[in-house]
Design a protein around this ligand. Sequence first.
Ligand code: BGC
Length: 766
Amino acid sequence: MKNYIKHDEWHIIEEGFDPHLNRISESLFSLGNGRMGQRANFEEEYSGDTHQGSYVAGVYYPDKTRVGWWKNGYPEYFAKVLNAPTWIGIHIKIGKLSLDLAKCKVKDFRRVLDMKHGLLHRSFIATFSDGKKVQVDAKRFCSMADGEVGAIRYSLIPINFSATVTFTLGIDADVVNKDSNYDEKFWERVSEESKKGMAIVTAQTKKTFFQVSTGMTYSITSGGKPAKGAVKSSMREKYADNTITLKLKKGEETVISKYGAILSSENHPKAKMNAIIRRKLQHTLTTGFDKLLADHSAVWSHTWQECDISIEGDIAAQQGIRFNIFQLMQTYTGKDERLNIGPKGFTGEKYGGSTYWDTEAYCLPFYLGTSNPKVARNLLVYRYKHLPRAIENAGKLGFTQGAALYPMVTMNGEECHNEWEITFEEIHRNGAIAFAIFDYIRYTGDEDYLVEHGLEVLIGIARFWAQRVNWSADKQKYVMLGVTGPNEYENNSNNNWYSNTFAAWTLGYAQQALEYVKKRNSSRYDKIVAKVKFDEVEETSKWKEIRNKMYFPEDKQRGIFLQQDGFLDKELLTVDKLRPEDRPLNQKWSWDRILRSCFIKQADVLQGIYFFEEQFDLPTIKRNFDFYEPMTVHESSLSPCVHVILASRLGYKEKAYEMYLRTSRLDLDDYNNDTEDGCHITSMAGTWMSVVKGFGGMRVSDGKLTFSPYIPDQWKAYSFRLEFRGRVIKVKISKAKTETLLEFGEPMEIIMNGRPVRLEKQGSAL
Ligand code: BGC
């Protein structure tokens, strides 16, 4: 755990330059806009430890799988989030010396992420080895108003000298992925162009043939006037730049406004990209930094109006939630149904792929609550479009007749994860995708979705579960063998309660969905049945039989569900007995030791209880929580938020608050010692859920929003907004009272602490 980020309500602040923390800060201060993003690398050269990272949404590389021991069924490739061409470079030389913070003495270093305006701001004084001193102030953003544009304003003042200085403003497509399996470069050159005032590099990915054109243009002033200096343009393979030589006077400020544009062939015809990028660059130059920034900030201001959570009396908690919301909103804007939310977003490459079960289980509720329903719908449609691939994935593993297994990790619907215990066994992901359909309809009331898309997906998933279970003559029950549940510190276990519960639930929900669509739109029903060759009588009776005879492991004496068969054979220890030097276990213990231990990486039984909460009474929830929580190490970022929600329900306020800080400040304080790889974007949605579903007690029941809020002792007040069925409501909870305000939309009824409350347009107070 680290503690170097200064607490502030709207800013992430680092003061003083510590090169050991640089990779962590590069992750934390990342920028994005849904279309592209970048780690907070420096504009100038940096020869110290760094992870240079720029990313373009939807652009990936299928890197040939590399494993120690090939197993049938492994995917041929692992889809890598591609490190993409970068436009941020401003390299500065005075004589023979480069401005390089690894080589200069650095004073007054300050890096600030202004979350209100989406702006990265960095300032410092650097002393070169020959004693020359410069003062630098750099501002940068990726425009939320135009996802293909970004801008930098870079100011430099020579403090104690006058000299000739060169500024090299480049575009670099000669970039590598550090995780390349065969040390291969993934980009091939298409073209380079550099002329006075502008450079464009177009590169293409091998195998997938995505083309990306990256361009830059700029203006420079010295002492407030357009700077006059010699410009030399140069190019080499996958690189182009302009070097501007200026005579700088002591104390006089030189300001470079550099504009970047990135176009992908996912969004433009390849033949037109060159013309479009030129127009775009010209437009940025005439618009100027201030106006581009104003347009960008206006989008942020609107976004914050819709989704801010304010917390009074606890700056660390406030900063945590805003950081999480900020990162989510700059990763996925919901405008493009082909895109999804990678676990690292635009902040790093780890995990490859862009889509995990994280999207449905964690991100969907966040976008449902904070955005237009189209955004959440797009996430669902993404999976609908991948249904044929999910059927192929299942086919590769021997499943037949339209059974669908959605991938654990994917870019295009095809499974690309290649560890057997996850690829073949972590099949619970199918459950989250089915549940997302239910959750979306429960929240939005959009039952048409079931008719148009949902039913087909549910049939595919139900067919998978029906084939994945087998009849145990011994138990006289259906069992599910060889699975990995959400807790990845157990592999190849039998009868993971969570997976069995999801299988049974999906079979029931698919049956209900069939009945609904049949009644509601019989011709659509007939079409679907014909399309998927559905044998209604045979398949549904099999589903029913499985549901009725499914095996759910439990310990009757303790009154708990068992994570899997044999769980009680383990030595049952609690996390507080672990030595700090053994944590995190996945970095300190051998894998077999982890597998044999009782320690739980992330909510598993408790994850199931969270999803199906209404099926269990409070004492059952309590017994399971009291049993499993003390064994949980939360070494997945997805874990603490589920514990906040259940702890809140149980009145365990201290535990809920402890877990809230852990989820909301997971990256800011580097709890799991891995923020340098990138931020945990998908689990950030869990932070939002912790406040709204945890402390606010928000649920949806019978088409109505219900709340049972409380306030953590450490807070004075907090408030959040919800989009719900054409309305926007604001809920504010203080120590003394709870207020609800209908900010937009028709009057509605909510349930507050079990009592119906009518909200009128002007709002009403409780
Ligand atoms: C978790 C998975 C998750 C993945 C990506 C893993 O550490 O165990 O549940 O899907 O990270 O976030």
